[in-house]
Each structure stands twice: as structure tokens, then as C-alpha cells.
Write a protein that binds this ligand. Structure first.
Ligand SMILES: [Fe+2]
Ligand SMILES: [Fe+2]
Length: 370
């Protein structure tokens, strides 16, 4: 039997360390002195560069952001609730070498991407938001990106994959590195805390970077990135891992929807439009990176799925995202070659693995946002 866990002693140093009492800083204003501040107006809040008190949640200026937070909290789950037992058997005894290649590389790409997503939202975007209702949803998003990383790690551990090898793939495989490097390049500048958003050119770059992150990285690459594993799931293979990815996908749909709303509101509030040429370059770079990635992970097609389908579906989803933001479709005429993909995003919980809880996942219908 395990000893009872004690919250108070898990990090207590063996020898108590003497800490000198902190001297109050000598400033002209005594911070300990009560001060009377003027109340603020919710209407003064702004998405970025706001001067209103960041610690005052309500009244809301952006009630939709609070709604996103409430909606995200109705989707709670952890990877431990989904059995991976059959997947272990499938991976070792049923998958062909081409299918194992696809599965492992999708996992390697996704796990690196989710760490990058967590860092971008937590370290770059959140600090630049100046309304607390926006930051609160993003705090939840940071947690969800960490949860996704845990999920991939849980899959990697369950299947007994070589962690040193899997986690290094994005570095040693150029086709995976291409997507990560593009994301790093797009986000590098705005990650800096001294990036001055009162400068209009910088503000445009920030809006473009956020567009890249929410619309392309999350809304297209992630959305489309789970598909090869869903193709296995449709043939009864790797169903535990695929179910995990379905829950991740549902989170990502919300992340993308929130990001698109932020970009739209930001552009309206700042009376700004995204430069069409810069957008074109973004789409072209994203398509080129996705095409190289698809050619690598699907160098040998698997039953019911191939590189061409993957890229066509990327273009179709990209058009949808562009419409949602209100910009020109980048790939006119792209067809929905995988109509079953949207069904995966609108997951309806069929089995009750929360038997011991009253929690139910919300239904797919409530998540429809197009
Ligand atoms: Fe994620
Ligand atoms: Fe995300």
C-alpha cells in the first residue's frame, strides 16, 4: 500500500536554508501605502496595447472569449482514460512497415509541434494580450497543449518506442524539420518580449504571425495532421491512439476558432488589413512544407491514403480557414477528397469510459462552428 501523499514535504530541503528578510525597496512612493485608483471602463479594454487594468476580468468587452473558456472546460479528458492495449498488438503484429513509418513520423511531428504551440501561446501571445478574458482562454490553451504532449508521450511509452530516436526525428528528418523550421521562423520575432506593438509594422507582423499560428499551424497542419492515423482507424487499426487524436483534434478546432476570432477582432479594432502578398507567401510556404512532409511520411502509400490525398485535403481545409478569417481563398477549386475527416472532429462519445464520473463530453453538434 502506498504511503499517504503529503503535499507539504515533497520538496522540503533536507537542511533548512536561512533566507535573509527582504528589505523594502526604496522608492519615492511607498508601495505599502494604500492608494485610491480610478475605476476602469470595460470599453477601454483592447486586444493589444490596452491600458485598462489587466487584472479586472468583468465586465467583459469580449464575452465570446469567456464563452470559449467555458466551452473548453466542458471538454476535459486525459490520455490515461483511453486503453492502448489493442494498439500495442496492432503496432507490433498488424501494421505493415509502410504503416509503421507513417504512424511513427506523424507522432514525431505532432509531439514537437505541440511543445512549440504551448511555448508560442504561453510565452509570446499571452503576454501581448491586454484583456484578461483573452488571457484566461489562452491559459487554458497552454494547459491543453501540455496535455496533448502528454498524450503523445503516453502513446510513445505504451508502444515502447525509442524516445531518443522519436523525439529527435524533427531534427534529423528534413521533411519534418521543414515544417518546424518554418513555424520557428514565423514566430521567432513575435516571441520576443520587447517586440513593440505600438509600431504599426510590428503590429501587422504580429497579426500575420498569429494568423500563421492559429489558421495554418493549428487550423490546417494540425487538423490535417491527424488524418493518416484516422485512415488506419477506419480499417480497425490503432484505434486507441486514433481516439486520443480525436480528442486532441477537438481541442485544436477550438484553438483555431478562437485564434481566428482574435485575428478578425484585432484587425477590426486596429483598422488594419493583412497584406495580400504576405498572405500569399505564407500559404505558398505552408503548402510547400506540407507537400514535402507528405512525400516523406507517405513515400509508400497505405491502404486508402496517399500523399496526393493529404495535400489536396490541406488545400481544401486552407480555403475553409481563409473564408472563416474573411480573406481570399488561397487554392480555389480544391476539393474535399476526404469527406470523412470532418466527422472525426465532431466526435460523439459512444462508450462511457467515465463510468465513475458524471462528466460527459459535450456532443459534436455543440462544437460546430462553421
Ligand atoms: Fe495541441
Ligand atoms: Fe492548439
Amino acid at each position: 500500500m502506498n504511503a499517504a501523499f503529503r503535499f507539504d514535504d515533497w520538496d522540503t530541503p533536507a537542511t533548512p536554508v536561512a533566507v535573509a528578510p527582504e528589505k523594502p525597496a526604496k522608492t519615492e512612493v511607498d508601495r505599502n501605502q494604500p492608494t485610491r485608483l480610478a475605476p476602469i471602463n470595460a470599453a477601454d479594454k483592447r486586444i493589444v496595447n490596452g491600458q485598462a487594468d489587466i487584472n479586472q476580468l468583468a465586465p467583459f468587452k469580449y464575452p465570446w472569449a469567456w464563452e470559449f473558456f467555458l466551452k473548453a472546460n466542458r471538454n476535459h479528458w486525459t490520455p490515461l482514460e483511453i486503453s492502448m492495449a489493442q494498439d500495442v498488438h496492432d503496432y507490433h503484429h498488424k501494421l505493415t512497415s509502410a504503416e509503421r513509418h507513417v504512424f511513427e513520423n506523424v507522432l514525431a511531428y505532432l509531439t514537437t509541434s505541440d511543445i512549440l504551440a504551448m511555448r508560442n501561446i504561453g510565452l509570446a501571445v499571452m503576454e501581448k494580450m491586454s484583456a484578461p478574458e483573452l488571457q484566461i482562454y489562452q491559459a487554458r490553451q497552454v494547459y491543453e497543449e501540455a496535455l496533448h504532449t502528454w498524450t503523445y508521450q503516453h502513446c510513445i511509452e505504451s508502444l515502447g518506442l525509442d524516445q531518443q530516436e522519436i523525439y529527435n526525428r524533427y531534427r534529423v528528418v528534413p521533411a519534418i524539420h521543414g515544417k518546424i523550421a518554418l513555424a520557428n521562423r514565423r514566430l521567432e520575432k513575435v516571441l520576443r518580449s520587447d517586440f513593440d506593438l505600438t509600431d504599426r509594422a510590428n503590429l501587422h507582423e504580429f497579426a500575420l504571425s498569429y494568423f500563421f499560428f492559429a489558421v495554418i499551424f493549428e487550423g490546417c497542419w494540425f487538423y490535417n495532421g491527424f488524418t493518416p492515423v484516422f485512415a488506419l482507424q477506419r480499417r480497425g487499426l490503432m484505434k486507441g491512439a486514433a481516439e486520443q487524436l480525436q480528442y486532441i483534434m477537438r481541442d485544436e478546432v477550438l484553438h483555431c476558432a478562437f485564434g481566428i476570432r482574435v485575428v478578425r477582432e484585432l484587425l477590426k479594432e486596429e483598422d488594419m488589413t493583412l497584406d495580400p502578398q504576405a498572405l500569399r507567401q505564407l500559404w505558398d510556404e505552408a503548402e510547400a512544407a506540407e507537400t514535402a512532409y507528405a512525400a516523406f511520411i507517405l513515400r509508400d502509400p497505405i491502404l486508402g491514403y496517399n500523399a496526393e490525398l493529404h495535400v489536396q485535403q490541406f488545400r481544401f481545409i486552407a480555403n475553409r480557414r481563409a473564408r472563416q478569417v474573411g480573406v481570399e481563398e488561397p487554392f480555389p477549386g480544391a476539393e474535399n477528397v476526404l469527406p470523412w475527416l470532418d466527422e472525426q472532429a465532431n466526435l460523439r462519445k459512444e462508450k462511457n469510459f467515465f463510468e465513475t464520473r458524471v462528466t460527459e463530453y459535450q456532443t459534436g453538434g455543440a462544437l460546430a462552428w462553421e
